[in-house]
Design a protein around this ligand. Structure first.
Ligand SMILES: O=P(O)(O)OC[C@@H](O)[C@@H](O)c1c[nH]c2ccccc12
Length: 261
């Protein structure tokens, strides 16, 4: 479990000449009873790992689809403690790594040490904290190290080369390449500055580089994967789960298999 488990799962996927595919879902969307069955279905469809969002009242980096999913989860009364509890009891039913996406505030409210301790017990392997910049990593670093949980960094299109190097050096598990300016959400077109950005990240990163934001079709998955190690898909997955369209989810994930770059 933890950071090594996450790194190993990605490495294994890449050795099989697949690309990494990480779906993002919101914990508690549809109620927490849905959580484990949804994780199991995504695993069965071929997800390498899963990014699990913790619903939060002020999700500054989230686009409309994810904000709505968060609102639905909050309406179901989902709290961080509940999510950790459900995982603690049932995590063994899912065999792929789990990464939490949470803002820093819920972690502070929960208590940093208690949070990391409980994440470890719940089988959380990594964390994405979009509003915690490198400069403030010291607030959680000791606890993350103590409990062996990977802290994943986000590199945006506007990060300078110096910054990119630093982010790549410090990221654990993988480096998350944000491929649009702005918020999350499915889009149609991609800039060609993106492939240059991904190449730069690949050059500097000792861990796999995954592209995320706006990836919404099997073609996007293939195109993006050619310049990096794989993708994270959120909004589109959430829409498809809402629609009950498992077949399209399968074809999205399937597009990451057997892609050579
Ligand atoms: O929804 P998209 O465009 O497919 O992008 C993934 C993204 O939603 C997910 O990784 C995520 C959700 N909220 C975030 C906040 C910051 C960084 C990343 C995220």
């Amino acid at each position: 479990m933890g950071k090594e488990f996450l790194e190993k799962a990605l490495k294994t996927e890449l050795e099989l000449e697949n690309k990494v595919f990480i779906p993002y879902i919101m914990a508690g969307d549809g109620g927490l009873d849905e959580l484990i069955p949804t994780l199991r279905r995504l695993e069965a469809h071929g997800a390498t790992a899963i990014e699990l969002g913790i619903p939060f009242s002020d999700p500054v980096a989230d686009g409309p689809t994810i904000q709505e999913a968060g609102k639905r989860a909050l309406k179901h009364g989902t709290t961080l403690a509940d999510v950790l509890d459900v995982l603690k009891g049932n995590r063994h039913e899912v065999t792929i790594p789990l990464v939490f996406m949470t803002y820093i505030n819920p972690i502070f409210r929960y208590g940093v040490s208690r949070f990391f301790h409980d994440c470890r017990e719940a089988g959380v392997d990594g964390l994405i904290i979009p509003d915690l910049p490198l400069e403030h990593l010291d607030l959680i670093e000791a606890d993350a190290v103590e409990h062996g949980i990977a802290i994943i960094q986000l590199a945006t299109l506007t990060s300078s080369e110096e910054r990119v190097k630093e982010l790549a050096r410090r990221s654990e598990g993988f480096l998350y390449a944000v491929t649009v300016k702005g918020i999350t959400g499915a889009r149609k077109e991609f800039d060609d500055v993106i492939s240059r950005h991904l190449n730069l990240l690949k050059e500097h990163s000792p861990v796999p580089v995954l592209a995320g934001f706006g990836i919404s079709s099997p073609e996007h998955v293939k195109t993006m994967s050619q310049s990096c190690d794989g993708v994270v898909v959120g909004s589109r997955i959430i829409d498809l789960l809402q629609a009950g369209d498992e077949e399209t989810i399968k074809s999205l994930i399937g597009a990451s298999k057997g892609v050579r770059a």
